[in-house]
Design a protein around this ligand. Structure first.
Ligand SMILES: C[S@@+](CC[C@H](N)C(=O)[O-])C[C@H]1O[C@@H](n2cnc3c(N)ncnc32)[C@H](O)[C@@H]1O
Length: 206
């Protein structure tokens, strides 16, 4: 409890340009959200929601009767997300500005998305806390960047350049799902972009 660390500079100083700076990743966001099975009326957590680039896609899937709950530690990123939400008039999308390690959602959620949140996936405390919020059999999808095979030197140089602003550490970047996988059943992992990206899905134990 009481995590006091600061968000990475990209999330403090460049929240206003984050969407432009990461526009090229949008097809991967679409792929990760597309892999998460959701039904109208469900409650979905958007863990590390940033400026909310996945929130509208999630909202389309749960519909007006469902809810999207963003969890975001950076006040600057959460502020941009809240501007979008207000601008769109989405009354069923909210952002809780708190680290995933500490968040208390106050209700049971039906699903969780981890899109481009490598740091959160490397935090067993964050994963345990989020999993405790999900009901049995809840779907989880995660996706983002990863190291390609070591022989893909040029590709991995590009991966390093692209992701350096957005990760605290590349620890675990060869298998970003390694802490999440043991918490789930029916796990499926698909590599994208010659191994420099992935989408993983699974369900909480029933
Ligand atoms: C690369 S951004 C991804 C944002 C969004 N999911 C997307 O697809 O654009 C990672 C986000 O995770 C947030 N984050 C990192 N560690 C966190 C933590 N422990 N709890 C909550 N948010 C965290 C960062 O502040 C940042 O906004």
């Amino acid at each position: 409890m009481g995590t006091t660390r600061q968000a990475a500079p990209a999330y403090r100083e460049r929240a206003g340009s984050y969407e432009r700076d990461t526009a090229a990743f949008q097809p991967y966001r679409d792929a990760v959200v597309g892999a998460l099975p959701l039904r109208p009326g469900q409650v979905v957590l958007d863990v590390g929601c940033g400026t909310g680039l996945c929130s509208g896609l999630l909202r389309e899937k749960v519909g007006p009767q469902g809810s999207v709950i963003g969890i975001e530690e950076s006040p600057e990123m959460a502020a941009v997300a809240r501007e979008h939400i207000a601008g769109e008039g989405w009354d069923n999308v909210t952002v809780m500005q708190v680290p995933a390690e500490d968040v208390q959602v106050g209700r049971t959620a039906d699903a969780a998305l981890f899109c481009a949140v490598h740091d959160i996936l490397q935090s067993p405390d964050a994963l345990a806390n989020v999993m405790a919020t999900l009901g049995p059999g809840s779907w989880v999808a995660a996706g983002g960047g990863k190291w390609a095979a070591p022989l893909m030197v040029a590709l991995n140089s590009m991966v390093s350049l692209l992701h350096t602003p957005y990760v605290r550490s590349f620890r675990g970047f060869d298998r970003p799902w390694q802490h999440l996988e043991p918490l789930l059943e029916d796990v499926q992992i698909r590599e994208l972009a010659f191994g420099s990206g992935y989408v993983m899905t699974g369900r909480t134990p029933r």
